[in-house]
Write a protein of this length. Sequence first.
Length: 131
Amino acid sequence: MKLFWAIAVGAAAGGVSRFYLTVAMQQRFGEAFPWGTLLINITGSFLLGFIIRYAIATPSMSLELRLMLTTGFCGGYTTFSAYSYETAVMLEKGDYGRAAFYSIGSVVLALLATFCGFILARALIGARPSG
């Protein structure tokens, strides 16, 4: 039951974070392009890459915390279904250039962000005092 609540709390925090970041991006840049979803997919990929790589390599993170942050927070935060919908809408409208940019940007930048998360995790692991 502890795992259930850890995931539920993380998912709630991730969903609320996604909502506020999306609104902030729309207010700042307008609604012509889904910048919020793109940013969320990139930062969510970074977080997931970092958290999992760090948690696997160190004993410092309990199973509950790891699941709260990965399955919970990152699962509630990332927006792949919104990405799919927004891309389909752009394609339906004939906005092929934006759809291509969004699709390529989402995949390539999210993968790069995941690897950046790996790099940060390795750096932090290497900086930990041994003992």
